[in-house]
Design a protein around this ligand. Structure first.
Ligand SMILES: NC(=O)c1ccc[n+]([C@@H]2O[C@H](COP(=O)([O-])OP(=O)(O)OC[C@H]3O[C@@H](n4cnc5c(N)ncnc54)[C@H](O)[C@@H]3O)[C@@H](O)[C@H]2O)c1
Length: 317
């Protein structure tokens, strides 16, 4: 099976391309290197990615659409995106261009390249938004209520997928990811709040906590996320699934877990909340188990212990 991965030079995309190569898929990658890293590409080539299957281009362009149509994949995993809430509030136009136009361009190219199934990366936090008063964990049946341009661009991309599916028969799956953490493909610590905490604690610096730190997240390890994409690529019936640990963890509890792993005291410094960031993420991940046979396998404490081994080499969020 031939699978094209967009955003493959990024954090999650590098791992998705790696598991697909490991499983013997023929893999192509498409990335504009806006935040992707050449070191990830070098690593993928070392793992068997062929240089003629590398497309360095912007996913919103005709050039990218032509590259997809010409390569004619059986599966397209679309991860290329502007992935940050804060950047989306600072520049909503860029966010919409990358996340909405990029997705539509890839859906359209896939629809015109024969028998291709598409898997979109969405967000299990930003798309649902604030589900005020919800007692239960958020299942995929809950109506999205985004509160940031990022959440809206991801929800809009999902809606386009639904319309493309209905109009053209294109099978599109959506994975709504929790807070993904872990290391980049080359081993350096990945983006996100856990890496920032690890760096600060290891350096003996105070740790910047946004708001009161009681906001919750579903932290899920990048290796588990890559496996969810691999399983979805191999699934013929389209799915919409939350991909997370199913464990609700406050930011302060996550900081404490980092401090425990480093055997150092917490010294939180609270800063103003970011507009558009949701207060609670609590994902129901039972459907991923029944439909994909997937569940998260890396416990948060073990993932954090691995992350703190070399926090000095961390890449800033
Ligand atoms: N990291 C998380 O916790 C998280 C959570 C939920 C959803 N997601 C989604 O997962 C996907 C991957 O996120 P990530 O954390 O790996 O981000 P990342 O920034 O590490 O990777 C994104 C990649 O896409 C590339 N890219 C950006 N715009 C592009 C364009 N117009 N054309 C081609 N390539 C482009 C970048 O160069 C980069 O390599 C995104 O769609 C993101 O919204 C991530």
């Amino acid at each position: 099976m031939r699978v094209l991965v967009t955003g493959a030079m990024g954090f999650i995309g590098g791992h998705v391309a790696r598991v697909l190569l490991d499983e013997g898929f023929e893999v192509a990658v498409l990335d504009d290197l806006s935040s992707g890293r050449l070191v990830t590409l070098t690593e993928l080539v070392r793992l068997g990615l062929r240089e003629e299957n590398v497309f360095v281009t912007d996913a919103t362009t005709d050039e990218a659409a032509r590259a997809v149509r010409r390569w004619s994949p059986d599966g397209l995993v679309h991860l290329a995106a502007q992935p940050r809430v804060i950047a989306s509030t600072q520049d909503p136009v860029r966010d919409a261009r990358t996340n909405v136009l990029g997705t539509v361009t890839m859906l359209d190219a896939a629809a015109h390249s024969g028998q291709c199934r598409v898997i979109l990366a969405s967000s299990g936090g930003a798309v649902y938004g604030e589900q005020a008063g919800a007692a239960a964990a958020t299942s995929e049946r809950v109506q999205p209520r985004p509160i940031s341009p990022y959440g809206l661009s991801k929800a809009t991309a999902e809606s386009y997928a639904g319309v493309y599916g209905a109009l053209t028969g294109l099978p599109v799956s959506v994975l709504r990811l929790g807070n993904v953490y872990g290391r980049y493909l080359d081993g350096s610590p990945g983006p996100g709040v856990l890496t920032r905490f690890a760096r600060a604690v290891a350096a003996g610096e105070a740790q910047q906590v946004i708001g009161d730190g009681r906001q919750t997240r579903d932290f899920v390890h990048v290796h588990d996320v890559a496996e969810a994409f691999r399983l979805t690529v191999a699934t013929t019936a389209p799915v919409v699934l939350n991909i997370g640990s199913g464990q609700e963890t406050s930011v302060l509890a996550a900081l404490q877990a980092v401090c425990d792993a480093l055997d150092a005291p917490a010294r939180p410094v609270h800063v103003a909340r970011i507009t558009g960031e949701v207060g609670r993420v609590c994902l129901d991940v039972s459907a991923a188990r029944t439909k994909l046979g997937w569940r998260a396998t890396v416990p948060l404490e073990a993932g954090i212990r691995d992350l703190v081994k070399n926090p000095a080499g961390a890449v800033a969020d």
